[in-house]
Design a protein around this ligand. Structure first.
Ligand SMILES: *Cc1c(COP(=O)(O)O)cnc(C)c1O
Length: 379
């Protein structure tokens, strides 16, 4: 693998994670030690996210968690508040519809974080929702929403909270219990820096009770979060656990615990801040107002007249750097530098910015400053 992976997921994976995935397998359904290993790994994740809620690792990339939350909570005609200031934000309406619910969108400006005062005014008029969905970092645009204020507000109105923090958790602080997050969703391939393949779901008592009180059964087996309730006591998983994936994840989690979650988060904020400042000094433009960006990804508007795909091709073929374009309404309009997890390292970001400067020059855009030097000066 020759590439420097600087996409906002999948991210770079450390060697000890790859080696853990290569260990000999047991039968995870029958080997009782595996139940302890699974449970301990879940508890470690809970510690990183400051929660005593149950944590589950599901076999399937991040999207599985999003769908499982909606499948498990939604009953016919349930009113669900979908907080939308980005592509993933809006996307929740499809899962709500799929499971028979009635999504009501609260639309925010796509260039900045959700305005919590506006949301409060909206909820003062109408707060009759079973649950609300909100995205922490909406990765295609790079916006970071203030889920602390949003979830506290929603809980004060008696609304359950579902937070997609797939591309933020570990790179940004998440305090599940203090902030009142009923279901938090994560994935293995973003800031956790394990390969793709696993979803992480935390479930509060309030969310469990809502599932238990359902009149209609959950219309799914694979997406049914209730089915896991007593997996440990019963020594029963709903399906065979992908043991190698979970071993890799556990080592990635240990790497984070060894560095210390506070250190990991400040590493992301130092790098995120320095990248944003560098981009602005270069005469380039951020996609989101500077204060509202996630520290896990920087989304940059592509200068007038420059072809996104050509730029990405030069970076890939000449410099072996993978950065990403975007999709939906942002397709061909922005490029995204992922600096999350193992990719949020000074050496990798410095080389990426150096390569970006050269590639931009080749397509006719001259940066106003030396990107790599400027980046280092801001650290
Ligand atoms: C990556 C990501 C997901 C999960 O998407 P996958 O296609 O499964 O990787 C969900 N939500 C957000 C905000 C993400 O960035």
């Amino acid at each position: 693998m020759k590439y420097t992976i600087m996409t906002p997921g999948p991210t770079d994976v450390r060697e000890n994670v790859m080696l853990s995935r290569a260990e000999k397998c047991t039968n995870p359904d029958l080997d009782l030690e595996f139940y302890d290993f699974y449970k301990e790994t879940c508890e470690k994740i809970g510690k990183l996210l400051h929660t005593k809620n149950r944590v589950r690792i599901l076999s399937g990339e991040g999207i599985l968690g999003l769908e499982a939350a909606c499948a498990s909570l939604t009953e016919n005609n349930d009113r669900v508040l979908v907080i939308d200031n980005g592509i993933y934000g809006e996307g929740f309406k499809d899962f709500v519809n799929m499971y028979g619910g009635n999504p009501i969108l609260f639309k925010g400006d796509r260039g900045r974080a959700i305005d919590v005062n506006e949301l409060k005014l909206f909820l003062d008029k109408d707060s009759n929702f079973k649950y609300a969905t909100v995205v922490h970092c909406d990765t295609p645009s790079g916006v970071l929403n203030n889920i602390e204020e949003i979830c506290k507000l929603l809980k004060s109105k008696g609304i359950l909270t579902v937070v997609d923090t797939v591309s933020a958790m570990i790179g940004e602080e998440v305090k599940i219990d203090e902030w009142g997050i009923d279901i938090a969703l994560g994935g293995s391939q973003k800031a956790i820096s394990a390969p793709p393949g696993l979803s992480i779901v935390t479930i509060s008592d309030d969310a469990m009770n809502a599932m238990k009180k359902r009149k209609q059964p959950i219309a799914s087996f694979y997406c049914n979060l209730l089915i896991w309730e007593n997996y440990y006591e019963n020594k029963w998983f709903p399906y065979t656990m992908p043991i190698s994936d979970i071993k890799g994840l556990a080592t990635a989690i240990d790497n984070i615990l060894d560095e210390g979650i506070e250190n990991v988060i400040s590493r992301h904020s130092n790098i995120g801040n320095a990248v944003r400042k560098t981009i602005i000094d270069a005469g380039l433009e951020l996609n989101i107002i500077e204060s509202d960006n996630s520290n896990t990804v920087t989304v940059v508007k592509i200068p007038e007249g420059i072809c996104c795909n050509e730029l990405l091709k030069i970076l890939r073929e000449k410099y072996n750097v993978f950065i990403a374009g975007s999709f939906g309404y942002l397709e061909n309009k922005v490029l995204r530098i992922g600096h999350m997890g193992e990719s949020a390292k000074v050496d990798k970001v410095t080389y990426t910015l150096l390569s970006l400067e050269m590639a931009l020059k080749e397509v006719g855009f001259k940066c106003k400053v030396d990107l790599s030097k400027t980046f280092i000066s801001y650290l």
